[in-house]
Design a protein around this ligand. Structure first.
Ligand SMILES: Cc1cc2nc3c(=O)[nH]c(=O)nc-3n(C[C@H](O)[C@H](O)[C@H](O)COP(=O)(O)O)c2cc1C
Length: 358
C-alpha cells in the first residue's frame, strides 16, 4: 500500500496524492510575463498533488535573475491565470512561490527604475548571470529605508491578491536559499541597528510582517512558507544560534496558523545537512502541514511519510526531467536524466520536451 500515491489534504484543500512539485526557477518568462510554454510545462506535471511554481516576484525590485516571472502587473496576473487553469484541469492544486531576490540580483537583470534592495548594504560573495553581459559580481545592494520596508510588504500583499485572482490555491513565501526574506533572518546579511536587525526577534520581524500582511490579504489557509535552516546557498554562512533562531521562528509561524512549512535540505547535493533535531523541532512545534524536500526518491518518500516525519514530500529535479514522474515511480520505470545545461535557458528545449514513458 502506498501512502505517497494516496489522496490527502492540505488543510481543507484536497490533494490527489502526497507528492509536491518543488519550486524551480526556469527562466522562460520572457519580459517577466508567464506564457503558454510555461502553461504547457506545468500542465505536463499536473499529476502531482500540489505544484509550487518557480520563484515569482511581487515587485520589479525582486526580479534579480533574467526572465523570471512577476505577479505585480495585469499582464502577469492574466498569464498566471492560464497556468492555474491548465493545472487545475488536470487535477493538481497550485501555489505560487513568492521570491523577492533582494541582494541576489543585478541592475542588468532588473526592469527600468527597479533597484537591488536588501536589509543592509552588504554584497553577497560570488557572481550572478546576466543576459546582457554574462557573469557579474553581486552588487552592493541598497539598505532598505523604513518606507521601503513598508512598500515592500504592501507589494507582497497586493501580489497575494493577484495570485488568488489568477485562480491560485495559495502562495508560498520564499524565505529560503539566500533571497530577501532569508537575508533578513541571517546575521551576515542583516546588519541593521533598527527594530529589523540584531536580536532573533528583530531579524525575524520583516518575515513575520510579510506573513501577517499576506495572511490579512488572502487568509492563513492560503499561505505557506519555505525555509532553509542550515542552508548556505547564496553566501549564507552557518552561525552558532541558527537552530535556536529557527526554533523560535517555527513557534511564531505556528501561532499564525499558516497552511504549511516547507523545509529545504540540500545535503544530498553536498550542502551541510539539516540536523534531524531541527526537522523534529519543526514537526513538534508546528501544527500545520510539514513538507520535506531534497534528494527524495520514491522509497525514501514513502518511508518518511510512513514514519510521520512529514505530511508531504516535495521533489525537484526528478520532476523537472520526468513530467510523468508519478507513473514512472508507480511502474518502477527508469527515469530520464536531467540536462543541467538547459535548466535556465529560454525556449522549449530541456523544458517541455522530456519524453514520457513509451
Ligand atoms: C533548476 C532549479 C531551479 C530551482 N529554483 C528554485 C526556486 O525558484 N525556489 C526554490 O525555493 N528552490 C528552487 N530550487 C531548489 C528546489 O526547489 C529543490 O529544493 C532542490 O532541487 C532539491 O530537491 P530535489 O533533490 O528533489 O531536486 C531550484 C532547483 C533547481 C534544480
Amino acid at each position: 500500500m502506498s501512502l505517497l500515491f494516496s489522496e490527502t489534504r492540505l488543510g481543507s484543500l484536497p490533494l490527489q496524492n502526497h507528492l509536491v512539485m518543488s519550486p524551480m526557477t526556469r527562466n522562460r518568462a520572457i519580459g517577466n510575463i508567464p506564457n503558454e510554454l510555461m502553461a504547457e510545462y506545468y500542465a505536463q506535471r499536473a499529476t502531482a498533488g500540489l505544484i509550487i511554481t518557480e520563484g515569482t516576484s511581487s515587485s520589479p525590485n525582486g526580479l534579480g535573475y533574467p526572465r523570471i516571472p512577476g505577479i505585480f502587473s495585469e499582464a502577469q496576473t492574466a498569464g498566471w491565470k492560464s497556468i492555474a487553469d491548465a493545472v487545475h484541469a488536470k487535477g493538481a492544486k497550485i501555489f505560487m512561490q513568492f521570491m523577492h531576490t533582494g541582494r541576489i540580483g543585478h541592475a542588468l537583470n532588473l526592469p527600468e527604475g527597479a533597484r537591488v534592495l536588501a536589509p543592509s548594504a552588504v554584497a553577497a560573495a560570488g557572481e550572478i548571470y546576466t543576459d546582457a553581459e554574462g557573469m557579474k559580481p553581486h552588487p552592493v545592494p541598497q539598505a532598505m529605508t523604513g518606507s521601503e520596508l513598508l512598500s515592500t510588504i504592501e507589494e507582497f500583499a497586493r501580489a497575494a491578491k493577484n495570485a488568488v485572482a489568477a485562480g491560485f490555491d495559495g502562495i508560498e513565501l520564499h524565505s529560503a536559499n539566500g533571497y530577501l526574506l532569508e537575508q533578513f533572518l541571517r546575521p551576515n546579511s542583516n546588519q541593521r541597528t533598527d527594530r529589523y536587525g540584531g536580536s532573533t526577534e528583530n531579524r525575524a520581524r520583516f518575515v513575520l510582517e510579510v506573513a501577517d500582511a499576506v495572511i490579512k490579504a488572502i487568509g492563513k489557509e492560503k499561505v505557506g512558507i519555505r525555509l532553509s535552516p542550515f542552508g548556505v546557498f547564496n553566501d549564507m554562512p552557518l552561525y552558532d544560534a541558527m537552530e535556536a533562531d529557527y526554533a523560535w521562528l517555527a513557534e511564531q509561524l505556528n501561532v499564525r496558523g499558516l497552511a504549511y512549512i516547507h523545509l529545504v535540505d540540500h545535503s544530498a547535493a553536498g550542502a551541510p545537512p539539516v540536523p534531524d533535531s531541527m526537522k523534529a523541532t519543526f514537526r513538534s512545534v508546528f501544527n500545520g502541514t510539514l513538507i520535506l524536500s531534497g534528494g527524495y526518491d520514491a522509497g525514501r518518500a514513502e518511508s518518511d511519510l510512513a514514519s510521520g516525519r512529514c505530511d508531504l514530500i516535495a521533489v525537484g529535479v526528478p520532476f523537472l526531467a520526468n513530467p510523468d514522474l508519478i507513473a514512472r515511480w508507480k511502474a518502477g520505470a527508469a527515469l530520464n536524466a536531467p540536462d543541467a545545461r538547459t535548466f535556465y535557458t529560454p525556449g522549449p528545449k530541456g523544458y517541455t520536451d522530456y519524453p514520457l514513458l513509451g
